[in-house]
Design a binder for this molecule. Sequence first.
Ligand SMILES: Cc1cc2nc3c(=O)[nH]c(=O)nc-3n(C[C@H](O)[C@H](O)[C@H](O)COP(=O)(O)OP(=O)(O)OC[C@H]3O[C@@H](n4cnc5c(N)ncnc54)[C@H](O)[C@@H]3O)c2cc1C
Length: 483
Amino acid sequence: MSAAQANNSLDAGLLAELRKIAGDDGVISRATELAVYECDGWTIEKRAPEVLVMPQTTAQVSAVMRALFRGGVAFVPRGAGTGLSGGALPVNAPVMICTSRMNRILSIDLANRRAEVQSGVVNINVTNAVRDRGFFYAPDPSSQPACTIGGNIAENSGGPHTLKYGVTANHVLGVEIVLPDGEVVELGGPSEECCGYDLVGAVCGSEGTTGIVTQATLRLMRAPENHRTMLAVFAGVQDATHAVSATIAAGMIPGAIEMMDGLMIQAIEDAFHVGLPRDAGAVVIIELDGLEAGLDARAAQIADLVRDRGAREVRLARDEAERAALWKARKRAFGAAGRLAPNYATQDGVVPRTRLPDILRVISALSERYQLRIGNVFHAGDGNIHPIILYDEREPDQVRRAIEVGREILKACVEMGGSLTGEHGIGVEKLGEMPLLFSPDDLRVMTELRRVFDPAERSNPGKVIPTPGACVEVAAPRRQVPL
Ligand SMILES: Cc1cc2nc3c(=O)[nH]c(=O)nc-3n(C[C@H](O)[C@H](O)[C@H](O)COP(=O)(O)OP(=O)(O)OC[C@H]3O[C@@H](n4cnc5c(N)ncnc54)[C@H](O)[C@@H]3O)c2cc1C
Protein backbone atom coordinates (compact mmCIF):
# COMPACT_ATOMS: atom_id res chain seq x y z
CA MET A 1 0.00 0.00 0.00
CA SER A 2 1.41 3.42 -0.92
CA ALA A 3 1.17 6.57 1.17
CA ALA A 4 -1.63 7.76 -1.05
CA GLN A 5 -3.58 4.58 -0.32
CA ALA A 6 -2.97 4.67 3.43
CA ASN A 7 -6.08 4.82 5.55
CA ASN A 8 -5.91 8.19 7.22
CA SER A 9 -9.17 8.27 9.10
CA LEU A 10 -9.05 7.24 12.71
CA ASP A 11 -11.92 5.19 14.04
CA ALA A 12 -13.02 5.13 17.67
CA GLY A 13 -11.76 1.57 18.09
CA LEU A 14 -8.22 2.52 17.10
CA LEU A 15 -8.28 5.56 19.39
CA ALA A 16 -9.38 3.35 22.28
CA GLU A 17 -6.57 0.91 21.49
CA LEU A 18 -3.99 3.73 21.49
CA ARG A 19 -5.29 4.86 24.91
CA LYS A 20 -5.01 1.31 26.20
CA ILE A 21 -1.38 1.13 25.07
CA ALA A 22 -0.09 4.59 26.08
CA GLY A 23 -2.55 5.38 28.87
CA ASP A 24 -5.14 8.18 28.96
CA ASP A 25 -2.44 10.74 29.78
CA GLY A 26 -0.38 9.50 26.83
CA VAL A 27 -2.95 10.29 24.14
CA ILE A 28 -4.24 13.74 23.19
CA SER A 29 -7.17 14.14 20.82
CA ARG A 30 -8.75 17.48 21.78
CA ALA A 31 -8.26 20.08 19.06
CA THR A 32 -7.36 22.85 21.50
CA GLU A 33 -4.51 20.80 22.99
CA LEU A 34 -3.36 19.55 19.59
CA ALA A 35 -2.86 23.14 18.40
CA VAL A 36 0.47 23.12 20.27
CA TYR A 37 1.68 20.51 17.79
CA GLU A 38 0.55 22.22 14.60
CA CYS A 39 4.08 23.21 13.53
CA ASP A 40 7.74 22.99 14.41
CA GLY A 41 10.24 25.84 13.97
CA TRP A 42 9.16 26.16 10.31
CA THR A 43 6.07 28.16 11.16
CA ILE A 44 4.99 29.05 7.62
CA GLU A 45 3.03 25.81 7.33
CA LYS A 46 0.68 24.69 10.11
CA ARG A 47 -1.43 21.58 10.46
CA ALA A 48 -2.28 19.77 13.69
CA PRO A 49 -2.47 15.96 13.87
CA GLU A 50 -5.78 14.27 14.67
CA VAL A 51 -4.21 12.42 17.57
CA LEU A 52 -0.96 12.71 19.50
CA VAL A 53 0.47 9.62 21.20
CA MET A 54 3.23 9.89 23.79
CA PRO A 55 4.60 6.43 24.56
CA GLN A 56 7.10 5.86 27.36
CA THR A 57 8.81 2.64 26.29
CA THR A 58 9.95 0.83 23.17
CA ALA A 59 7.28 -1.80 23.83
CA GLN A 60 4.59 0.89 23.78
CA VAL A 61 5.97 2.39 20.55
CA SER A 62 5.95 -1.07 19.00
CA ALA A 63 2.37 -1.73 20.13
CA VAL A 64 1.24 1.67 18.78
CA MET A 65 2.93 0.98 15.45
CA ARG A 66 1.35 -2.47 15.20
CA ALA A 67 -2.08 -0.97 15.78
CA LEU A 68 -1.47 1.69 13.11
CA PHE A 69 -0.10 -0.94 10.75
CA ARG A 70 -3.25 -3.04 11.08
CA GLY A 71 -5.36 0.03 10.31
CA GLY A 72 -3.06 1.21 7.48
CA VAL A 73 -2.70 4.56 9.27
CA ALA A 74 0.24 6.86 8.57
CA PHE A 75 2.11 8.68 11.35
CA VAL A 76 4.67 11.39 11.92
CA PRO A 77 7.41 11.07 14.55
CA ARG A 78 8.15 14.09 16.73
CA GLY A 79 10.80 14.89 19.30
CA ALA A 80 10.80 18.43 20.71
CA GLY A 81 9.46 20.11 17.57
CA THR A 82 12.45 22.44 17.18
CA GLY A 83 13.03 21.34 13.57
CA LEU A 84 13.35 24.20 11.10
CA SER A 85 12.17 22.57 7.88
CA GLY A 86 8.71 21.27 8.79
CA GLY A 87 9.88 17.68 9.32
CA ALA A 88 7.40 17.11 12.14
CA LEU A 89 4.47 18.62 10.23
CA PRO A 90 1.74 16.02 9.64
CA VAL A 91 1.30 15.51 5.89
CA ASN A 92 -1.32 12.84 5.18
CA ALA A 93 -0.49 11.44 8.61
CA PRO A 94 -3.25 11.68 11.20
CA VAL A 95 -1.22 10.34 14.11
CA MET A 96 1.79 12.05 15.68
CA ILE A 97 4.05 9.93 17.88
CA CYS A 98 6.04 12.10 20.24
CA THR A 99 9.02 10.83 22.23
CA SER A 100 9.00 13.54 24.90
CA ARG A 101 8.23 10.98 27.66
CA MET A 102 11.05 8.67 26.51
CA ASN A 103 13.64 10.79 28.24
CA ARG A 104 15.77 8.40 30.28
CA ILE A 105 19.53 8.00 30.07
CA LEU A 106 19.72 4.22 30.39
CA SER A 107 23.42 3.68 31.00
CA ILE A 108 26.75 5.46 30.93
CA ASP A 109 29.91 3.48 30.24
CA LEU A 110 32.87 5.83 30.51
CA ALA A 111 35.44 3.06 30.18
CA ASN A 112 34.12 2.43 26.68
CA ARG A 113 33.10 6.06 26.17
CA ARG A 114 29.47 5.51 25.34
CA ALA A 115 25.98 6.18 26.63
CA GLU A 116 22.72 4.37 25.98
CA VAL A 117 19.77 6.76 25.89
CA GLN A 118 16.09 6.80 25.03
CA SER A 119 15.46 8.89 21.94
CA GLY A 120 13.48 11.59 23.76
CA VAL A 121 16.48 12.60 25.90
CA VAL A 122 17.25 16.26 25.44
CA ASN A 123 20.66 16.75 23.81
CA ILE A 124 22.28 18.88 26.53
CA ASN A 125 21.31 16.36 29.21
CA VAL A 126 23.80 13.85 27.78
CA THR A 127 26.72 16.22 28.33
CA ASN A 128 25.24 17.34 31.67
CA ALA A 129 25.30 13.73 32.84
CA VAL A 130 29.03 13.26 32.17
CA ARG A 131 30.53 16.75 32.37
CA ASP A 132 31.72 16.37 35.97
CA ARG A 133 33.70 13.33 34.95
CA GLY A 134 35.46 15.15 32.11
CA PHE A 135 33.41 13.92 29.14
CA PHE A 136 30.97 15.44 26.65
CA TYR A 137 28.65 14.57 23.78
CA ALA A 138 30.01 16.47 20.80
CA PRO A 139 27.02 17.36 18.53
CA ASP A 140 25.84 20.69 19.94
CA PRO A 141 23.00 22.24 17.93
CA SER A 142 22.16 25.72 19.19
CA SER A 143 18.80 24.25 20.18
CA GLN A 144 20.50 21.73 22.46
CA PRO A 145 18.64 22.78 25.64
CA ALA A 146 15.42 21.60 23.94
CA CYS A 147 15.98 19.26 20.98
CA THR A 148 16.03 15.49 21.41
CA ILE A 149 18.56 12.85 20.43
CA GLY A 150 15.93 11.19 18.19
CA GLY A 151 15.34 14.48 16.36
CA ASN A 152 19.11 14.99 16.05
CA ILE A 153 19.51 11.53 14.53
CA ALA A 154 16.60 12.04 12.14
CA GLU A 155 18.02 15.38 10.95
CA ASN A 156 21.68 14.37 11.25
CA SER A 157 22.10 17.58 13.19
CA GLY A 158 25.27 19.58 13.50
CA GLY A 159 26.22 22.57 15.56
CA PRO A 160 28.94 25.17 16.01
CA HIS A 161 31.52 22.48 16.78
CA THR A 162 30.72 20.37 13.70
CA LEU A 163 33.78 21.90 12.04
CA LYS A 164 36.09 19.87 14.24
CA TYR A 165 33.92 17.07 15.61
CA GLY A 166 31.52 16.22 12.78
CA VAL A 167 27.74 15.78 12.71
CA THR A 168 25.42 13.48 14.66
CA ALA A 169 26.11 10.49 12.37
CA ASN A 170 29.73 10.57 13.51
CA HIS A 171 28.65 10.11 17.14
CA VAL A 172 25.92 7.48 16.93
CA LEU A 173 27.24 3.94 17.28
CA GLY A 174 23.91 2.16 17.16
CA VAL A 175 20.17 2.69 17.17
CA GLU A 176 17.11 0.76 18.22
CA ILE A 177 14.35 1.56 15.76
CA VAL A 178 10.73 0.48 15.59
CA LEU A 179 9.78 -0.17 11.98
CA PRO A 180 6.37 0.94 10.70
CA ASP A 181 4.99 -2.59 11.11
CA GLY A 182 5.95 -2.55 14.80
CA GLU A 183 9.05 -4.74 14.55
CA VAL A 184 11.89 -3.63 16.84
CA VAL A 185 15.33 -3.84 15.24
CA GLU A 186 18.80 -2.91 16.42
CA LEU A 187 21.22 -1.42 13.93
CA GLY A 188 24.92 -0.91 14.53
CA GLY A 189 26.07 -1.70 18.01
CA PRO A 190 28.14 -0.68 20.94
CA SER A 191 31.51 -1.22 19.30
CA GLU A 192 33.32 1.50 17.40
CA GLU A 193 33.75 -0.48 14.21
CA CYS A 194 31.04 -2.39 12.36
CA CYS A 195 31.06 -4.49 9.24
CA GLY A 196 28.48 -4.69 6.48
CA TYR A 197 26.30 -1.91 5.15
CA ASP A 198 26.07 1.24 7.25
CA LEU A 199 22.39 1.03 8.19
CA VAL A 200 22.83 3.43 11.10
CA GLY A 201 24.11 5.90 8.51
CA ALA A 202 20.94 5.30 6.47
CA VAL A 203 18.75 6.15 9.47
CA CYS A 204 20.77 9.28 10.32
CA GLY A 205 19.25 12.05 8.24
CA SER A 206 16.22 10.01 7.14
CA GLU A 207 13.92 12.54 8.83
CA GLY A 208 11.57 10.03 10.38
CA THR A 209 10.88 8.16 7.12
CA THR A 210 12.41 4.89 8.30
CA GLY A 211 10.43 4.40 11.52
CA ILE A 212 10.81 5.66 15.08
CA VAL A 213 14.19 5.65 16.75
CA THR A 214 13.55 4.57 20.33
CA GLN A 215 17.07 4.24 21.72
CA ALA A 216 20.59 5.16 20.67
CA THR A 217 24.12 4.29 21.69
CA LEU A 218 26.10 7.52 21.63
CA ARG A 219 29.83 8.10 21.52
CA LEU A 220 31.15 10.17 24.42
CA MET A 221 34.33 12.18 24.09
CA ARG A 222 36.94 13.32 26.54
CA ALA A 223 36.42 17.04 27.17
CA PRO A 224 39.27 19.15 25.81
CA GLU A 225 41.77 20.29 28.43
CA ASN A 226 41.10 23.93 27.68
CA HIS A 227 39.72 26.47 25.20
CA ARG A 228 40.68 29.81 23.75
CA THR A 229 37.68 31.71 22.45
CA MET A 230 38.09 34.88 20.42
CA LEU A 231 35.80 37.44 18.91
CA ALA A 232 37.16 38.97 15.69
CA VAL A 233 35.46 42.22 14.69
CA PHE A 234 35.11 43.23 11.03
CA ALA A 235 33.71 46.16 9.04
CA GLY A 236 31.68 43.81 6.84
CA VAL A 237 30.84 40.22 5.98
CA GLN A 238 33.12 40.12 2.96
CA ASP A 239 36.33 40.69 4.99
CA ALA A 240 35.07 38.33 7.63
CA THR A 241 34.41 35.45 5.24
CA HIS A 242 37.77 35.91 3.50
CA ALA A 243 39.44 35.71 6.93
CA VAL A 244 37.62 32.45 7.68
CA SER A 245 38.80 30.86 4.43
CA ALA A 246 42.34 32.10 5.03
CA THR A 247 42.42 30.60 8.54
CA ILE A 248 41.48 27.15 7.33
CA ALA A 249 43.65 27.41 4.24
CA ALA A 250 46.56 28.07 6.62
CA GLY A 251 45.99 24.59 8.03
CA MET A 252 44.30 25.58 11.27
CA ILE A 253 41.07 23.79 12.20
CA PRO A 254 39.57 25.47 15.24
CA GLY A 255 36.79 23.78 17.20
CA ALA A 256 34.32 26.31 15.82
CA ILE A 257 34.15 29.36 13.54
CA GLU A 258 30.81 31.16 13.72
CA MET A 259 29.80 34.40 12.06
CA MET A 260 27.06 36.96 12.71
CA ASP A 261 26.34 39.99 10.55
CA GLY A 262 25.54 43.57 11.58
CA LEU A 263 21.76 43.11 11.60
CA MET A 264 22.03 40.13 13.94
CA ILE A 265 24.55 41.90 16.16
CA GLN A 266 21.96 44.62 16.80
CA ALA A 267 19.23 42.08 17.59
CA ILE A 268 21.48 40.07 19.91
CA GLU A 269 22.63 43.18 21.77
CA ASP A 270 19.05 44.40 22.16
CA ALA A 271 18.06 41.02 23.56
CA PHE A 272 21.03 39.89 25.65
CA HIS A 273 23.45 42.83 26.14
CA VAL A 274 26.54 40.65 25.85
CA GLY A 275 28.81 43.48 24.68
CA LEU A 276 29.08 42.80 20.93
CA PRO A 277 30.30 45.90 19.05
CA ARG A 278 27.16 47.53 17.64
CA ASP A 279 29.13 49.42 14.99
CA ALA A 280 30.63 46.25 13.46
CA GLY A 281 29.49 44.88 10.10
CA ALA A 282 30.30 41.33 11.17
CA VAL A 283 31.83 39.40 14.05
CA VAL A 284 33.38 35.95 14.02
CA ILE A 285 33.67 33.70 17.07
CA ILE A 286 36.71 31.46 16.76
CA GLU A 287 37.22 28.77 19.36
CA LEU A 288 40.30 26.61 19.71
CA ASP A 289 40.28 23.61 21.99
CA GLY A 290 42.65 20.84 22.98
CA LEU A 291 45.73 20.43 25.15
CA GLU A 292 46.62 23.54 27.13
CA ALA A 293 50.18 23.42 25.82
CA GLY A 294 50.31 25.34 22.56
CA LEU A 295 46.83 26.89 22.76
CA ASP A 296 48.15 30.41 23.36
CA ALA A 297 50.55 30.17 20.44
CA ARG A 298 47.80 28.93 18.10
CA ALA A 299 45.43 31.64 19.27
CA ALA A 300 48.07 34.32 18.65
CA GLN A 301 48.72 32.91 15.18
CA ILE A 302 45.03 33.05 14.27
CA ALA A 303 44.62 36.53 15.75
CA ASP A 304 47.52 37.78 13.60
CA LEU A 305 46.09 36.09 10.54
CA VAL A 306 42.60 37.56 10.86
CA ARG A 307 44.03 41.01 11.65
CA ASP A 308 46.01 40.76 8.41
CA ARG A 309 42.71 39.97 6.67
CA GLY A 310 40.96 43.05 7.98
CA ALA A 311 39.82 42.35 11.54
CA ARG A 312 39.89 45.71 13.28
CA GLU A 313 39.98 44.08 16.72
CA VAL A 314 40.40 40.59 18.18
CA ARG A 315 39.06 40.08 21.71
CA LEU A 316 40.14 37.01 23.66
CA ALA A 317 37.66 35.78 26.27
CA ARG A 318 39.51 36.18 29.57
CA ASP A 319 37.61 33.61 31.57
CA GLU A 320 34.79 31.07 31.39
CA ALA A 321 32.17 33.79 31.99
CA GLU A 322 33.32 35.77 28.94
CA ARG A 323 33.44 32.60 26.86
CA ALA A 324 29.92 31.69 27.97
CA ALA A 325 28.69 35.20 27.04
CA LEU A 326 30.02 34.81 23.49
CA TRP A 327 28.35 31.44 23.11
CA LYS A 328 25.14 32.77 24.57
CA ALA A 329 25.19 35.46 21.89
CA ARG A 330 25.66 32.89 19.16
CA LYS A 331 23.40 30.13 20.39
CA ARG A 332 20.47 32.41 21.16
CA ALA A 333 20.78 34.43 17.98
CA PHE A 334 17.73 32.86 16.32
CA GLY A 335 15.62 33.80 19.31
CA ALA A 336 16.89 37.37 19.15
CA ALA A 337 15.65 37.58 15.55
CA GLY A 338 12.15 37.81 17.02
CA ARG A 339 13.03 41.41 17.89
CA LEU A 340 13.56 42.32 14.25
CA ALA A 341 10.23 41.25 12.74
CA PRO A 342 7.01 39.49 13.71
CA ASN A 343 8.22 36.36 11.91
CA TYR A 344 11.36 34.85 10.50
CA ALA A 345 12.28 31.77 8.49
CA THR A 346 15.71 30.31 9.18
CA GLN A 347 17.22 29.03 5.96
CA ASP A 348 19.92 26.39 5.84
CA GLY A 349 22.17 25.92 2.82
CA VAL A 350 25.77 24.99 2.16
CA VAL A 351 28.43 26.37 -0.13
CA PRO A 352 32.10 25.49 -0.45
CA ARG A 353 33.77 27.65 2.20
CA THR A 354 35.61 29.73 -0.38
CA ARG A 355 32.26 30.72 -1.95
CA LEU A 356 30.97 32.33 1.26
CA PRO A 357 31.69 35.88 0.03
CA ASP A 358 29.77 35.10 -3.20
CA ILE A 359 26.70 33.65 -1.52
CA LEU A 360 26.55 36.57 0.92
CA ARG A 361 26.62 38.96 -2.05
CA VAL A 362 23.76 37.00 -3.63
CA ILE A 363 21.77 37.10 -0.38
CA SER A 364 22.25 40.83 -0.10
CA ALA A 365 21.08 41.37 -3.70
CA LEU A 366 18.06 39.08 -3.16
CA SER A 367 17.17 40.95 0.00
CA GLU A 368 17.03 44.15 -2.06
CA ARG A 369 15.09 42.55 -4.89
CA TYR A 370 12.47 40.93 -2.65
CA GLN A 371 12.33 43.88 -0.28
CA LEU A 372 12.82 41.68 2.77
CA ARG A 373 15.52 42.11 5.40
CA ILE A 374 17.76 39.06 5.80
CA GLY A 375 20.11 38.56 8.76
CA ASN A 376 22.96 36.09 8.70
CA VAL A 377 24.21 33.85 11.52
CA PHE A 378 26.12 30.84 10.39
CA HIS A 379 28.66 28.09 10.75
CA ALA A 380 31.27 29.87 8.65
CA GLY A 381 33.92 27.21 9.06
CA ASP A 382 31.66 24.65 7.34
CA GLY A 383 30.26 26.98 4.69
CA ASN A 384 26.86 26.28 6.28
CA ILE A 385 24.79 29.44 5.95
CA HIS A 386 21.67 30.36 7.92
CA PRO A 387 20.06 33.40 6.30
CA ILE A 388 17.27 34.58 8.60
CA ILE A 389 14.48 35.89 6.40
CA LEU A 390 12.38 38.48 8.21
CA TYR A 391 8.72 38.89 7.32
CA ASP A 392 5.28 39.54 8.72
CA GLU A 393 2.90 36.62 8.34
CA ARG A 394 -0.12 38.93 8.48
CA GLU A 395 0.95 40.16 5.03
CA PRO A 396 0.33 37.35 2.51
CA ASP A 397 2.61 38.95 -0.05
CA GLN A 398 5.48 39.01 2.45
CA VAL A 399 4.96 35.30 3.14
CA ARG A 400 5.07 34.61 -0.59
CA ARG A 401 8.25 36.65 -0.98
CA ALA A 402 9.85 34.97 2.06
CA ILE A 403 9.27 31.55 0.50
CA GLU A 404 10.46 32.68 -2.93
CA VAL A 405 13.65 34.32 -1.66
CA GLY A 406 14.47 31.19 0.35
CA ARG A 407 14.16 29.11 -2.79
CA GLU A 408 16.41 31.48 -4.72
CA ILE A 409 19.08 31.29 -2.03
CA LEU A 410 19.03 27.49 -2.11
CA LYS A 411 19.25 27.49 -5.90
CA ALA A 412 22.31 29.73 -5.69
CA CYS A 413 23.90 27.38 -3.11
CA VAL A 414 23.48 24.42 -5.43
CA GLU A 415 24.80 26.41 -8.40
CA MET A 416 27.91 27.21 -6.38
CA GLY A 417 28.55 23.51 -5.79
CA GLY A 418 26.91 23.37 -2.38
CA SER A 419 23.90 21.64 -0.89
CA LEU A 420 20.29 22.25 0.15
CA THR A 421 20.89 21.64 3.83
CA GLY A 422 23.79 21.44 6.21
CA GLU A 423 21.76 20.28 9.19
CA HIS A 424 18.10 21.34 9.24
CA GLY A 425 16.90 18.71 6.78
CA ILE A 426 14.58 18.82 3.80
CA GLY A 427 11.27 18.46 5.62
CA VAL A 428 8.45 20.02 3.64
CA GLU A 429 10.33 23.24 3.16
CA LYS A 430 12.85 22.07 0.58
CA LEU A 431 11.00 19.19 -1.00
CA GLY A 432 10.56 21.08 -4.27
CA GLU A 433 14.28 21.86 -4.43
CA MET A 434 15.48 18.22 -4.23
CA PRO A 435 15.55 17.86 -8.05
CA LEU A 436 18.08 20.71 -8.16
CA LEU A 437 20.55 18.43 -6.47
CA PHE A 438 19.40 14.92 -7.36
CA SER A 439 18.52 13.27 -10.65
CA PRO A 440 15.29 11.24 -11.04
CA ASP A 441 17.47 8.13 -10.74
CA ASP A 442 18.97 9.36 -7.46
CA LEU A 443 15.51 10.02 -6.06
CA ARG A 444 14.28 6.61 -7.19
CA VAL A 445 17.17 4.88 -5.41
CA MET A 446 16.40 6.90 -2.26
CA THR A 447 12.77 5.78 -2.48
CA GLU A 448 13.86 2.16 -2.82
CA LEU A 449 16.10 2.46 0.24
CA ARG A 450 13.31 4.08 2.22
CA ARG A 451 10.94 1.22 1.25
CA VAL A 452 13.35 -1.33 2.75
CA PHE A 453 12.35 0.16 6.09
CA ASP A 454 8.86 1.36 5.24
CA PRO A 455 7.35 -0.45 2.21
CA ALA A 456 3.99 1.33 2.49
CA GLU A 457 5.54 4.79 3.10
CA ARG A 458 3.45 5.38 6.22
CA SER A 459 6.29 6.78 8.34
CA ASN A 460 6.35 10.55 7.87
CA PRO A 461 4.87 10.58 4.36
CA GLY A 462 5.47 13.58 2.14
CA LYS A 463 8.97 14.30 3.44
CA VAL A 464 12.49 14.27 1.98
CA ILE A 465 11.69 12.67 -1.39
CA PRO A 466 9.33 14.61 -3.65
CA THR A 467 6.60 12.47 -5.15
CA PRO A 468 3.89 13.58 -7.55
CA GLY A 469 0.99 14.88 -5.52
CA ALA A 470 2.98 14.89 -2.28
CA CYS A 471 4.63 18.26 -2.93
CA VAL A 472 3.46 20.75 -0.37
CA GLU A 473 2.44 24.08 -1.83
CA VAL A 474 2.87 26.71 0.81
CA ALA A 475 2.62 29.83 -1.31
CA ALA A 476 -0.68 30.70 0.32
CA PRO A 477 -0.25 31.14 4.07
CA ARG A 478 -2.43 29.08 6.34
CA ARG A 479 -3.86 30.23 9.63
CA GLN A 480 -1.17 32.40 11.13
CA VAL A 481 -0.54 33.16 14.75
CA PRO A 482 1.35 36.40 15.46
CA LEU A 483 4.36 35.93 17.75
C1 LIG B 1 16.79 28.13 18.01
C2 LIG B 1 17.14 26.93 17.18
C3 LIG B 1 18.46 26.66 16.90
C4 LIG B 1 18.81 25.53 16.13
N1 LIG B 1 20.12 25.27 15.90
C5 LIG B 1 20.47 24.15 15.23
C6 LIG B 1 21.86 23.83 15.03
O1 LIG B 1 22.78 24.54 15.45
N2 LIG B 1 22.13 22.69 14.34
C7 LIG B 1 21.13 21.87 13.87
O2 LIG B 1 21.45 20.86 13.27
N3 LIG B 1 19.83 22.17 14.04
C8 LIG B 1 19.47 23.26 14.71
N4 LIG B 1 18.15 23.55 14.89
C9 LIG B 1 17.12 22.68 14.30
C10 LIG B 1 16.60 21.56 15.25
O3 LIG B 1 16.80 21.90 16.59
C11 LIG B 1 17.26 20.23 14.93
O4 LIG B 1 16.86 19.80 13.64
C12 LIG B 1 16.91 19.11 15.94
O5 LIG B 1 17.66 17.97 15.67
C13 LIG B 1 15.44 18.73 15.94
O6 LIG B 1 15.22 17.93 17.09
P1 LIG B 1 13.75 17.77 17.69
O7 LIG B 1 13.82 16.82 18.82
O8 LIG B 1 13.18 19.09 18.00
O9 LIG B 1 13.01 17.10 16.46
P2 LIG B 1 11.61 17.46 15.77
O10 LIG B 1 11.62 18.87 15.31
O11 LIG B 1 10.52 17.05 16.66
O12 LIG B 1 11.66 16.49 14.52
C14 LIG B 1 12.61 16.68 13.52
C15 LIG B 1 12.53 15.52 12.53
O13 LIG B 1 12.93 14.34 13.16
C16 LIG B 1 11.92 13.35 13.13
N5 LIG B 1 12.01 12.66 14.42
C17 LIG B 1 11.98 13.22 15.65
N6 LIG B 1 12.17 12.29 16.58
C18 LIG B 1 12.32 11.11 15.93
C19 LIG B 1 12.54 9.77 16.35
N7 LIG B 1 12.67 9.43 17.63
N8 LIG B 1 12.66 8.82 15.41
C20 LIG B 1 12.53 9.12 14.09
N9 LIG B 1 12.33 10.36 13.65
C21 LIG B 1 12.23 11.34 14.55
C22 LIG B 1 10.64 14.12 12.89
O14 LIG B 1 9.67 13.34 12.20
C23 LIG B 1 11.14 15.27 12.00
O15 LIG B 1 11.22 14.83 10.68
C24 LIG B 1 17.78 24.69 15.63
C25 LIG B 1 16.45 24.98 15.91
C26 LIG B 1 16.12 26.08 16.66
C27 LIG B 1 14.67 26.35 16.95
